[in-house]
Design a protein around this ligand. Structure first.
Ligand SMILES: [Zn+2]
Length: 165
């Protein structure tokens, strides 16, 4: 099983970022570690929660196209936040809280950063509008790891995706 991440061209087989389930777990871990300490607006918090809760249910089908995110008229600031989150992850933000050493994720982050950088969002009005603030309990921090609890609890406390031993 692989998860495929694309940028507005999901029909083209040779584009995008393809990751194993393990590679996806790591990518989402490091983006969540970075994002929880950066998010300020409702949209930013929703984006971080997307990764915090991501690839927990429906493993192997958690890839998405960047055009599927509910970009708003503020998309330039939203895209800038996304890039800042990736850059912060590339700076190994919070990696001391990981239970493993992620040597391969830097290449995934660099590929993903290039995809986001070249992508031009088109604002959309979707039911899952991210302009409304997430419920406060979703933003509660894990006492051990500092991550948003989200719908499914801190992802670093989840034995299903973390090599707890
Ligand atoms: Zn935790």
């Amino acid at each position: 099983m692989a998860n495929r991440f694309t940028a507005a061209d999901p029909a083209a087989d040779d584009t995008g970022l393809r990751l194993s389930n393990g590679g996806t777990d790591v990518l989402f871990d490091v983006l969540t570690l970075a994002g929880c300490d950066l998010a300020e607006t409702a949209w930013e918090q929703h984006l971080v929660l997307h990764f915090a809760d991501g690839h927990r249910i429906g493993r192997g089908t958690s890839g998405f196209d960047l055009s599927e995110l509910p970009w708003t008229s503020e998309w330039q600031a939203e895209k800038a936040f996304f890039l800042r989150m990736i850059d912060t992850a590339l700076g190994r933000h919070g990696w001391d809280r990981l239970r493993y050493d992620p040597p391969l994720v830097a290449a995934s982050l660099a590929t993903y950063r290039a995809m986001v950088a070249q992508f031009t969002p088109i604002p959309s009005a979707r039911p899952e509008d991210w302009r409304t603030a997430p419920r406060p309990e979703l933003l509660a921090r894990c006492p051990a790891h500092g991550l948003f609890q989200g719908e499914l609890g801190c992802r670093q406390c989840d034995p299903g995706i973390q090599p707890i031993g």
